[in-house]
Design a binder for this molecule. Structure first.
Ligand code: 0A1
Ligand code: ZN
Length: 892
């Protein structure tokens, strides 16, 4: 933490390193408060410069020597987190010894203690808190790591690579030495030491090598590792089959720790995981939790190639590894689950959360061109929008060429630190396409708006689509250039039958596209004409942006009838669902504008009523419960909010609830029957078909509980929820029932179940996190008081990021009514927590403050109150660079 405002770093100032650090031999004498770290670094000057400047933060320097000769005080300087060595030889061995204090490390960067476990987090710039080094991703070194510790406290000693030696010292301490044969940047360094048990398996690679797979956890979590192991093996096989990528070491280790700022970390051969993303069992983990474990395990594994073997030149290139790896883990999850629904879930998140980021004061390009604190750039934009960019590339090239281009990228740049341009150049080379316009996706922030109009001409039997694209200004960026936007599309006739596409080219030629084509939008305004529509008697219905082929907001003046036809008939699952979303928005938004409190479906929402009737009629026969559940779910608060420049908080919530209520009441018998039809006697398994069935069942339960305040239904729905809570054998069903009971208007419904839950799970930290979240999201203003009380709960700790997210994060991000209560009390309370966290975990504090930075989206009173809290935070002494950067952007 520094008292002077942080300085921005610019991409345009990038300079290649002037020294190579070819090898580093580390020795750790582990001690909770005084760990000694010795390093022997092989240094080689690459040019004329003989002044070596190493990064180092909060290190107590014990000794320094060059080629064995201790340095005099006038030969070096250690200040402002930099160690400067004057007049070094052109090649030498640098010996350093420092002392660090893992126990005092509450920021969870560098070496820290999680309970009694030593662990590290070095991405992005944590290694400088461990040893002096060139802490930048384009300096790759061979690492050897010797760990020395008391065998009582730390019987297990792990680091990157393979174990090469071990022994015991005269004083009784034991040691293990590890060697990683692959040169790597220091952000991929890791060590773990403590009392751990391991579950083991083996994987035989496609070339026949046997790899030891080990998942290390504290003894009480041993029963929660099977799903992670299964997922790991599936991911390893998938990467061989789909990308031809094989694992490269003889051992792959995963460690689960309780205190972790993010989801997980891809350290070479030694992934460190937030326990929430590694541990799972049916009793305590929901289906969503199982799916998250599967995807994060895969994500970290895929990094072994997209990130580790080929890494980033500098942190501006973060999306090179993250966007690509998210794209890869999404494709894996699509293969493991139902692909259509998987895509719907990705887009739901993108459109509600990433689009909001892209329209906020912290909006930034997928490849930012400056930053103050790189930790603030592990964002939805870099990860999820970055993945959408790779998806567009994959679709533009087609599967074969994309695979060839990836092969070229991995082969050409193996062992190197490269840029987004290098990646796209491989795509260009294989496809023989000029992708220079496409590169704008990496440079321009903001979500493009695409407006489309259709012109049907019966005389010429033709249909013209007129497109306009525009990207709004974002902080520091105006006058955006047109992007290359691929629009995957088809045309349907009024009955919903697909029509063959005959596109008239500028040359006059006719291009037959079959039943689906990709229009490449490249200009601000552009038209495409389809001919040969002689069979039609009325305008065709365009099905645009199938599969969400580009991360844009697309509008087309659909009639409700057209949307109903698309919902029922489109061949593209994503667009069937999205037509339903559009119909729901078109229905809900006028009601929100009118601030209605009661909805008469026949009068206020006739088409939506018919759409639900059709879905529920077909429900009896459907084989696709996952899709049906998605189709029957109303747009979320967040997605509705995204449609408004000024978010009408209460009206959105009121109308959403009124619609839920009206649908619940109108179709009560159908919801009940459908609910009962999904009750299964099968033993719980986290597999796609069962997950789909449970999601449909719990959606029905959600509608049933909408009637919790209506006397004639009250007892029945209460009993249904209570029975599910009492009898379910898995957390998915238990949590769904408990949430609805706890969120019922009558607070007494949830009281006993919540107490039972706490009684049963008080020893299980991850499970208690769910208990905190359920209470933090109770949609009433007085939740703030309860959340304040929960801060004092013995199971809560501000020091644990998962707890902070579960209670404070959930309140600020998923409880709009309580957080945005007009008194401003929610804002002030959040600011208090940010200020406190800033003192010991700046990364988490900076994430927590984000909801306040969105003040421009709310009406005046709220704007003033939110800004006042941001200003209060900004005025704190000792503001971390992390929080300072975010708050300053928000107040500009
Ligand atoms: N590279 C990891 C994410 C990660 C980033 C930063 C961290 O600490 C500051 C920790 C993890 C991933 O993408 O999984
Ligand atoms: Zn990642």
């Amino acid at each position: 933490m520094s008292s002077s405002p942080a300085q921005a770093i610019y991409l345009r100032n990038y300079q290649a390193p002037e020294f190579a650090l070819d090898a580093i031999d580390l020795t750790f004498e582990l001690d909770p408060q005084a760990t000694k770290v010795s390093a022997e670094i092989q240094v080689r000057a690459l040019g004329e410069n003989r002044c070596l400047v190493l990064d180092g933060q909060d290190l107590t320097l014990l000794s320094l020597a060059i080629d064995g000769r201790p340095l005099d005080a006038d030969e070096y300087q250690y200040q402002n987190d930099q160690l400067t060595l004057l007049n070094v030889p052109s090649a030498f061995c640098l010996s350093t010894q420092v002392e660090i204090n893992p126990q005092a490390n509450s920021a969870l960067e560098g070496l820290y203690l999680s309970n009694a476990l030593y662990c590290t987090q070095c991405e992005a710039e944590g290694f400088r808190r461990i040893s002096f080094f060139l802490d930048r991703p384009d300096v790759l070194s061979r690492f050897t790591t010797k760990l020395i510790a008391d065998p009582q406290h730390a019987p297990i000693l792990l680091a990157n690579g393979n174990p090469i030696a071990q022994g015991t010292l005269a004083d009784g301490r034991h040691w293990v030495q590890w060697q990683d044969p692959f040169p790597k940047p220091c952000y991929l360094f890791a060590l773990v030491a403590g009392d751990l048990v391991c579950i083991q398996d083996t994987f035989v690679t496609q070339s026949g090598r046997s790899v030891d797979l080990q998942i290390w956890v504290e003894a009480e979590n041993q029963h929660k590792c099977a799903h992670a192991m299964r997922s790991l093996k599936a991911a390893m096989r998938w990467d061989e089959e789909v990308y031809g990528r094989e694992y490269d070491l003889d051992i792959y280790m995963i460690v689960a720790v309780n205190d972790f700022n993010m989801g997980a970390m891809e350290n070479k051969g030694l992934n460190i995981f937030n326990s929430a993303c590694a541990l799972a069992d049916p009793q305590t983990t929901t289906d969503l939790g199982f799916q998250r474990v599967e995807s994060v395990i895969a994500h970290e594994y895929f990094h072994n190639w997209s990130g580790n073997r080929v890494t980033c030149r500098d942190w501006f290139q973060l999306s090179l590894k993250e966007g690509f790896t998210v794209y890869r883990d999404q494709a894996f999850s699509a293969d493991m689950n139902f692909a259509g629904v998987q895509r719907i879930e990705e887009v739901t998140m993108l459109r509600s959360a990433q689009f909001a980021e892209d329209a906020s004061p912290t909006a930034h390009p997928v490849r930012p061109d400056h930053y103050m604190e790189i930790n603030n750039f592990y964002t939805l934009t870099v990860y999820e929008k970055g993945a959408e960019i790779v998806r567009m590339l994959a679709n533009l090239l087609g599967p074969q060429a994309f695979r060839q281009a990836c092969d070229l990228y991995f082969t050409r740049f193996d062992g190197q630190a490269v840029t987004v341009e290098d990646f796209v150049a491989c795509m260009e080379e294989i496809s023989q396409r000029d992708l220079s316009q496409f590169m704008r996706w990496y440079h321009q922030a903001g979500t493009p708006h695409v407006q489309v109009q259709g012109q049907y001409c019966p005389q010429t039997a033709s249909y013209r689509l007129d497109f306009q694209q525009a990207t709004p200004d974002t902080p520091g960026q105006t006058n955006k250039q047109p992007l290359l936007i691929p629009i995957t599309m088809g045309l349907l006739d009024a009955q919903g039958r697909p029509l063959p596409l005959k596109l008239k080219l500028a040359s006059g030629e006719i291009q037959a596209l079959g039943l689906q084509g990709v229009l490449e939008l490249t200009q601000a305004q552009q038209s495409f004409e389809f001919i040969g529509l002689e069979e039609l008697t009325e305008a065709p219905i365009p099905s645009l942006l199938r599969g969400f082929s580009a991360p844009v907001k697309l509008s087309f003046p659909y009639t409700p009838t057209q949307l109903a036809t698309l919902m029922a008939q489109d061949t593209d699952a994503f667009n069937r669902w999205d037509a339903g979303q559009r119909l729901a928005l078109d229905t809900l938004m006028p009601l929100i504008d009118a601030q209605v409190t009661q909805i008469d479906l026949a009068q206020d929402a006739p088409m939506l009523l018919e759409a639900y009737r059709a879905l529920l009629t077909e429900a009896e026969h459907t084989q696709d419960q996952a899709m049906l559940a998605s189709m029957l779910r109303l747009p979320s608060f967040a997605y509705l909010a995204e449609q408004y420049a000024c978010i009408p908080v209460e009206a959105i919530e009121q109308v959403r609830q009124a619609m839920r209520f009206a649908l619940a009441r109108t179709f009560y018998p159908q919801w009940k029957a459908l609910y009962q039809a999904q009750i299964s006697q099968q033993a719980y398994a986290p597999e796609a078909t069962q997950i789909a069935q449970r999601s449909l069942k719990n959606l029905c339960l959600d509608y049933l509980l909408a009637l919790a305040a209506v006397p004639e239904y009250q007892q029945e729905v209460y009993q249904i929820a209570l029975t599910q809570w009492r009898t379910s054998d898995n957390m998915t069903d238990a949590r769904a029932a408990l949430t609805l009971l706890a969120h019922a208007p009558d607070a007494s419904w949830g009281r006993d179940p919540l107490a039972e839950f706490a009684q049963r799970w008080q020893q299980d930290a991850l499970t208690m996190d769910q208990w905190f979240s359920i209470q933090a999201t109770r949609p009433y203003a007085d939740t703030l008081q309860q959340v304040q009380n929960l801060l004092q709960h013995p199971n809560f700790s501000l020091k644990n990021p998962n707890k902070v997210r579960a209670l404070i994060g959930a309140f600020a991000q998923q409880n709009p009514l309580a957080f945005h209560q007009i008194s401003g009390a929610g804002y002030a309370w959040l600011a208090d927590q940010v200020i406190e966290l800033n003192g010991f975990n700046p990364q988490i504090a900076a994430r927590l403050v984000i909801p306040l930075t969105r003040w421009q989206r709310y009406q005046d009173t709220r704007q003033t109150l939110m800004r006042a809290q941001l200003e209060r935070i900004q005025a704190q002494a000792n503001l971390s660079a992390d929080v300072y950067e975010i708050v300053t952007k928000a107040l500009q």
